[in-house]
Write a protein that binds this ligand. Structure first.
Ligand code: ADP
Length: 475
């Protein structure tokens, strides 16, 4: 199928979402800039100016009667372009005076204006006030600081600072134009950057999805690459873990199928060939026929055992059945299982000894525990050789209960002892065909013990016997 090369806009893609948020962010910043620069610029400028004038005025008031008071006034008026004057309570200019001023002693403000300027200004509570006013000869409004300086002799002195507020219209116009350009540029840049970032960010994800598709199509050799972003790298690690587990499961399944088909085929071949032998050779020979028929029955039993083990195994592995934990008496369970063997085995063939000590109650799933004990006793019976005594011990001591299943049979070779718990492992696997067992019994036991978090193990010596044990907390 030809691939559709057309780029479609996927609104749920990381790229689009990223671009969307990036654009929203850019628009928000621009809006804020517009608001601050254009809408609030005038107010901002005004309050800044007022602040400045107030600071200077307050400072100068503090300098009154100090030596360099006049120099400071001169300094500020030159540096800040402000009109700073000291007047007396009648509005006569005191400082700065030109030569002519000294002669004519001018009144810089009339009494009415004076009263308006210094409304409420007194020493102490309210020594100054700042306001905006329009002077007749000036086009723009001015900020005026009117402050009380102090008394010297009979006169009281005041200070006025006047500064014009510059018109901001042209500034705002320039700003508007600049902001327009900035907006367009920011938008384009946002578009480009978000495209670049989102591409970078989504690249590992896209690659991962490609690898996952490969995995889905049955290629288990895939590896999810290391990524620089922690979250995506975690995902990558998890997927690698899942792939490993999947590979293991698939290998186990292959293993299982191979083992199962082999273990099913062998008894079936035996049954078939013995059937043929009865038909062709031993049909009329009673003793030979009985021998052959017994072999067929034995093989059928083996098949049944094997199928049962497989069923138990699949139940345990799929954890289909819930684990039902309850308080049980381990010695009771052991006794019950032992009696089942005593009933089914030929009389007098095996001797069972059960030893119980202390309190033997534990928490366990009764059915599963029975099965584990059954498998252990079954092995003890199967591998007991000539010495057919099987000791079962359930001993409660120090808050623990220990179960042991002891036989004096063939024992286990050191080279096998670590493997006997494995699935399908039979100690004679490399030699002849085992006469008993499927190699699943101890694997099931192990699963049951681990499910209960019991400590378990085996002590064994070749030709001397074995002791299989597990320990559980007493209740
Ligand atoms: P099987 O069905 O072959 O008995 P198990 O998983 O129960 O499988 O046991 C694995 C192997 O461990 C057995 O084949 C046997 O060689 C060895 N084994 C288990 N129990 C005993 C025992 N009590 N004495 C000697 N060998 C044992």
């Amino acid at each position: 199928m030809p691939e559709n090369k057309k780029i479609k806009l996927d609104k749920n893609s990381i790229m689009f979402t990223f671009w969307k948020y990036f654009s929203i962010f850019a628009v928000a910043i621009l809006l804020l800039l517009w608001l601050l620069q254009i809408v609030f610029l005038n107010r901002f400028y005004e309050s800044m100016k007022i602040n400045e004038v107030t600071k200077i005025g307050d400072y100068l008031r503090g300098q009154f009667e100090k030596d360099n008071f006049e120099t400071q006034i001169l300094n500020y008026s030159q540096r800040k372009g402000m009109n700073i004057e000291v007047i007396d309570e009648e509005g006569h200019l005191i400082y700065p005076l030109t030569l002519i001023d000294v002669i004519i002693n001018p009144k810089v403000i009339d009494q009415e204006t004076f009263n308006e300027f210094f409304k409420g200004v007194k020493d102490g509570k309210k020594p100054s006030r700042v306001f905006i006013t329009r002077f007749e000869n000036l086009e723009n409004p001015s900020i005026v600081y009117a402050g009380y300086l102090g008394k010297t002799g009979a006169s009281t002195y005041y200070i006025t600072i006047k500064t014009a507020l510059e018109p901001l219209d042209s500034t705002t116009d320039i700003l508007k134009k600049m902001l327009m350009i900035v907006s367009v540029l920011a938008f384009l840049l946002g578009l480009l950057l978000s495209y670049y970032f989102s591409k970078r960010l989504s690249k590992p994800l896209v690659e991962m999805s490609r690898t996952a598709k490969q995995l889905g199509s049955g290629d288990y050799s895939v590896h999810f690459k290391h990524v620089n972003y922690t979250e995506i790298d975690d995902l990558s690690k998890t997927l690698n873990y899942a792939t490993d587990e999947l590979t293991k499961t698939i290998e186990l399944r292959k293993d299982l199928v191979a083992n199962v088909s082999h273990d099913l085929k062998t008894p079936l071949t035996v049954i078939k060939s013995y059937g043929e032998m009865i038909r062709d050779i031993s049909g009329d020979n009673k003793s030979l026929r009985d021998k052959h028929i017994n072999t067929i029955i034995d093989e059928a039993d083996r098949l049944t055992d094997f199928v049962n083990d497989l069923l138990d195994l699949s139940k345990i592995e799929s954890s289909l059945e819930e684990v039902k934990l309850e308080e049980v008496d381990l010695s009771e369970i052991t006794k019950e299982v032992m009696e089942r063997f005593q009933k089914s085995l030929p009389k007098e063939s095996y001797e069972f000894i059960l030893k119980k000590e202390g309190r033997t109650h534990i928490i366990a799933d009764k059915k599963r525990l029975e099965q584990a004990i059954y498998n252990l006793i079954n092995n003890a019976v199967n591998y007991s050789g000539k010495e057919k005594t099987i000791r079962l011990e359930v001993i409660g001591k120090n808050g623990m209960v220990e179960f042991s299943c002891i036989d004096k049979g063939i024992g286990i070779d050191k080279s096998d002892i670590n493997n006997i718990w494995d699935r399908f492992y039979t100690a004679r696997a490399n030699h002849s065909r085992p006469t008993v067992g499927t190699g699943l019994g101890l694997y099931i036991v192990k699963n049951i013990f681990e499910m209960h978090k019991f400590e378990y193990g085996v002590e064994s010596e070749l030709n001397k016997g074995s002791r299989f044990y597990f320990r559980a907390k007493a209740v």
